[in-house]
Design a binder for this molecule. Sequence first.
Ligand code: GLP
Length: 241
Amino acid sequence: MKVHVFKEETAIGKAISLLFAAKILEKPDCVIGMATGSSPLPTYQALTELYEQGIADFSDVRSFNLDEYIGIDRSHPQSYYRFMQDNLFSKINIKPENIRIPNAAAEDLEQECLSYDAAIDATGGIDLQILGIGGNGHIGFNEPCDHFPAGTHSVALTESTIKANTRFFESEDEVPRTAISMGIGSIMKAKEIVMVATGTSKAEAVKSMIQGKVDPMCPASILQFHPAVTVFLDEAAASLL
Ligand code: GLP
């Protein structure tokens, strides 16, 4: 794992956006893996700027998102579908047919999960995946548990994740309790991964991810086994390393 510590969140966003732009220049129809949450926002802002400057052209780029809540509609302001539209996709020239986000409204969720992984595999795999990390070490919505889930699957969110995500909803009761998430196996198939973590609330999880033992109780620790992971931290998130 390569680890970079930056002073400013905006610098992290710019640095990661350059990696995405370079990937697109190298392979215009590359497959990118997108994440939600506050951590990738500076990257999405910087990618929008690179698009506006004519540096990043998304016209042939294909994209897969990590996860989606079950139980709220895509039009809900906190759905991950809306999040991606509002924060990135509506601002760049990616084609709607090249965007895939797990469809939590599918009648057969099990089938949706299987076809999601099959669709990723059919592209040849994700070239560059961005990840955030939960305070409990989750990636996507792979919560701490006794194993590393392989494929895309439905998950029950933990109390700590529900509490952490309450800030986006009017009350804790409104936070969905379940979600669809790419599995740890699906994430580990990405050819390259960038991970962003900022703030003291992530410091413990970051320490376990980088210096702890590989353990499904800290799902992000599996990244130690991936050959091409770069971690971008601010000083607060790096404070326990
Ligand atoms: C959410 C998402 C994750 C995200 C994480 C951290 O629950 N499912 O993909 O990485 O929590 O979010 P944030 O970046 O807002 O701290």
